[in-house]
Design a protein around this ligand. Structure first.
Ligand code: FMN
Length: 249
């Protein structure tokens, strides 16, 4: 095998890590820290992410100071009406349904009112502000990825290419963490307008910068329960030469 082909041998391992990667939504042990070495490896994975035009359109805030985490944890967030209604559309109401649909999330992950169409209005009305602590769930480490929306990848309408690049950063970090046995959850709540404003104030992020995403990292306090994870079969999204052609010839 030529030298430049190195890595092909590692293919099975990569696929295994990709398959093992998952969202961990259980509380993390606040006293079990991600080592400096492991954090360095996760940052190195981010560093080598592909980005449009190699613009490297990201800065990463490493938040591990207890006082700062505590301050962020006090920020109140409110689930929006749009989230409650659009979330409902992605739900399955039994394991069998999810296994059949192969797409979306199990309703049981959400409060009862959120999974009952007749009670969605009530859920929206009663949605209250709760502290981010409930999202951070004891995690000793947050990585907050920010970007400058004044710049865009060349001629990229809406900077789609810039956002794809940020996704690459996210996946690189997540896969690296997974390979190190570190659990991860994305916290989209950090990019919501009011939360973002407060987080930026605490971390002294300039007004014009935006939060792309935040992830919490750590080790679950106890073994997380088995999550039913589904995916479409390859044939469902693969098209041969012409969209809709499912044959291989
Ligand atoms: C851009 C993006 C935002 C996400 N936001 C959240 C989030 O706020 N909270 C959460 O628990 N999971 C979040 N997720 C995780 C997805 O729900 C999850 O990846 C999907 O359900 C598949 O499950 P898996 O990660 O266990 O394979 C997000 C994922 C992506 C890619």
């Amino acid at each position: 095998m030529a030298k430049w082909e190195i890595g092909i041998d590692g293919m099975a391992d990569i696929l295994e890590i990709i398959r093992l990667r998952r969202s961990t939504r259980t509380p993390f042990d606040p006293n079990r820290h991600v080592s400096k070495e492991n954090l360095g490896q996760i940052m190195e994975a981010a560093r080598w992410a592909p980005t449009a035009h190699n613009m490297q359109n990201f800065e990463i805030l490493v938040v591990d100071d207890e006082e700062v985490l505590e301050e962020i944890g006090k920020i109140k967030s409110q689930v929006s009406e749009a989230f409650i209604r659009e979330n409902y559309q992605q739900l399955s109401f039994s394991k069998e349904e999810l296994l059949q649909k192969k797409i979306g999330i199990l309703g049981a992950n959400f409060p009862p009112d959120w999974r009952d169409l007749a009670k969605l209005d009530k859920a929206v009305r009663e949605s209250s502000r709760s502290p981010l602590n409930q999202n951070i769930r004891g995690s000793p480490l947050l990585l907050i990825v920010i970007y400058d929306p004044r710049k865009r990848a060349p001629a990229s309408e809406g900077d789609v290419l810039g956002f794809i690049s940020l996704g690459c950063v996210m996946e690189n970090m997540w896969l690296m963490a997974q390979s190190l046995g570190i659990s991860v959850q994305i916290l989209s709540v950090f990019s919501g307008e009011s939360v973002e404003k407060e987080v930026k104030r605490i971390l002294e992020v300039p007004e014009h910068m935006k939060i792309a995403f935040a992830i919490r990292l750590g080790y679950p306090i106890s073994k997380p329960g088995e999550q039913l994870r589904v995916r479409r079969d390859t044939e469902m999204f693969a098209h041969h030469n012409i969209l809709g052609n499912k044959g291989s010839g």
